[in-house]
Design a protein around this ligand. Structure first.
Ligand SMILES: [Zn+2]
Length: 131
């Protein structure tokens, strides 16, 4: 995907918000229609529009570098949810399922592996220096 400047992304996001609002208003009006084939078709069109808007939002988020959770389709956008105390790296979480990326436990194990590697390298260096 081409890199798009933040102002363009903001415009696209605003347009999507406007479309989502319009779909919401149409859905509000639809509820006053008597049950009919036409009412059913409108409901189907609004559901299709909702899904297209969700997909567009995910594409924007992906383009902006957000992590996506694949617990649902369209994927859910993972938002920043604090820092890992052990590594100081940002943690992102899915609002739908609670998954985290990177996972805090994996982050802790990653840090432990790094520390073990550092200690092993230091020990190797010390052995080499003692020769
Ligand atoms: Zn999820």
């Amino acid at each position: 995907m081409d890199v798009v400047d933040p102002a363009t992304w903001a415009s696209i996001k605003q347009a999507i918000g406007t479309i989502r609002d319009a779909v919401g208003l149409a859905r509000d009006v639809k509820q006053f229609l008597p049950p009919s084939k036409q009412e059913e078709n409108i409901a189907h069109s609004l559901d299709t529009a909702d899904r297209a808007i969700d997909l567009a939002e995910v594409q924007i988020a992906k383009g902006l570098g957000y992590n996506l959770c694949q617990c649902a389709f369209p994927p859910k956008i993972m938002l920043k949810n604090g820092m890992c105390e052990q590594t100081g790296r940002e943690i992102f979480s899915c609002q739908a399922c609670g998954s985290e990326y990177p996972n805090r436990l994996q982050e802790q194990r990653r840090k432990e592996r790094q520390e073990a590697t550092t200690l092993a390298n230091r020990a190797q260096r010390d052995r080499w220096m003692a020769r």
